[in-house]
Design a protein around this ligand. Structure first.
Ligand SMILES: [Fe+2]
Length: 402
């Protein structure tokens, strides 16, 4: 049973069984983070390549701080923090939790060393498991949130170390095995999946874990439209470049055109010649593979060049069940701004800062990528990044009006 299936079942089982499933999820999640960082030296886990990216060591510590703060501190009587200084070092953006180390300077934290952070993780894990029988339901809900929070950081750990390695002229490979190569035969033109027209239900309205921004479920009107049945490929993106895509102002939103010129952008991030840099180092590009490491402005310009458009997040959700590559390849930019659904309320307390306060200036991506932990993305999941963000595993599929 996949973790995704397990989560759907949790709420339908007896309390004892639900507790066991959650504990399994907790152990698997905590193990996966350490496994993802296992190839890294202390130095590699410490470096930070830009303000938006965090060191691997920081990801490992911050996800532990989240559990230590919102579960152990708040629900375990007499719990003593592993190190009182860590709350300042590893709080990300929770204003309710006080001052914190500046985000752009996370890479300055040569100490605590990686070994100490791994000891911190073990300390938190032991304390959570020891407290398990006495934790109230609200604390277990926070552990579940902590697991899904950590899953998000597991993907960020990979996108951030990739960006850091890309700054190194040696272009190190995180993973030593060559990537599984897809057939490089030309891919047929995409087919079109006609989506539902009229009033459709959007967002989460059932049982099982979701982030708060995935609801409330509500109704949206969809005009006649279709969504492409596959993602845009590297070969298609090369045709966009060859057709002057990055040099034709008429294809771009005004902000995007200014960005392309100011940053001298002419290809997806990590492209050079016929190669692309990735977690396996620099490799020849597979023309049939889906394009990745593009920002929203690029996705929007490509869609205009292709005489199509990006799907709204509602069109994406309404058709996702019919799309074979909706999940597990790349996150897909949509035409939708990251906004609250009707009836959305920010929860009280520090955990209420998780999503709601970021609903400004960001665009929604749907689906999941190859680096998203199994079962942690749903048909209602809303990822979000600023329109210039390119270091995520982000691509696109097209849509059109009918
Ligand atoms: Fe976080």
């Amino acid at each position: 049973m996949s973790r995704r299936q397990e989560q759907g079942v949790i709420s339908q089982q007896s309390t004892a069984t639900a507790s066991d499933l959650l504990r399994d999820l907790f152990v698997a999640t905590r193990t996966e983070s350490v496994a993802r960082a296992a190839p890294l030296s202390d130095a590699e886990a410490t470096i930070q390549s830009m303000p938006d990216a965090s060191p691997a060591k920081w990801h490992l510590a911050h996800t532990s701080w989240f559990l230590e703060t919102f579960v152990l501190r708040d629900f375990v009587k007499g719990y003593a923090p592993f190190d009182p200084a860590y709350a300042y070092l590893f709080n990300s953006y929770y204003d309710a939790e006080g001052d914190r180390h500046a985000r752009p300077r996370r890479g300055m934290l040569a100490r605590p060393a990686l070994d100490e952070i791994l000891a911190y993780r073990a300390h938190v894990d032991t304390a959570v498991i020891a407290a398990w029988p006495t934790l109230p339901p609200v604390a277990r809900n926070l552990i579940e949130l902590g697991c899904h929070h950590e899953a998000q950081h597991q993907e960020l750990l990979l996108t951030d170390i990739l960006h850091a390695f890309a700054q190194n002229p040696l272009e190190p490979a995180l993973w030593t095995l060559p990537p599984a190569r897809r057939p490089s035969a030309a891919v047929a033109a995409p087919g079109w999946v006609a989506g539902p027209t009229g009033i459709v239900g959007i967002g989460h309205g059932g049982q099982g874990f979701v982030f708060d921004c995935e609801g409330p479920r509500h109704k949206v009107w969809l005009n006649p439209h279709a969504v492409a049945d596959r993602l845009v490929t590297n070969a298609e993106w090369q045709a966009f470049i060859d057709g002057g895509g990055y040099r034709r102002s008429e294809l771009w939103l005004s902000d995007g055109w200014a960005w392309v010129q100011a940053e001298e952008i002419a290809a997806p991030l990590y492209w050079h010649g016929g190669t692309a840099f990735g977690l396996h180092g620099r490799q020849p590009r597979d023309p049939a593979a889906c394009v990745r490491h593009i920002g929203f402005y690029e996705a929007d310009a490509y869609a205009r060049w292709a005489e199509a458009r990006l799907p709204t997040e509602f069109e994406w959700e309404a058709s996702a069940a019919a799309l074979p590559d909706a999940f597990g390849e790349v996150w897909q930019w949509t035409a939708s701004a990251y906004l609250p659904y009707p009836g959305f309320r920010i929860a009280e307390g520090a955990v209420g800062e998780y999503n709601g306060k970021f609903m400004s200036g960001q665009m929604v991506l749907r689906g999941s990528s190859f680096a998203t932990p199994d079962g942690t993305s749903r048909i209602t999941t809303r990822n979000f990044f600023p329109p210039t963000a390119r270091w995520q595993f982000s691509g696109l599929r097209l849509a059109k009006d009918l």
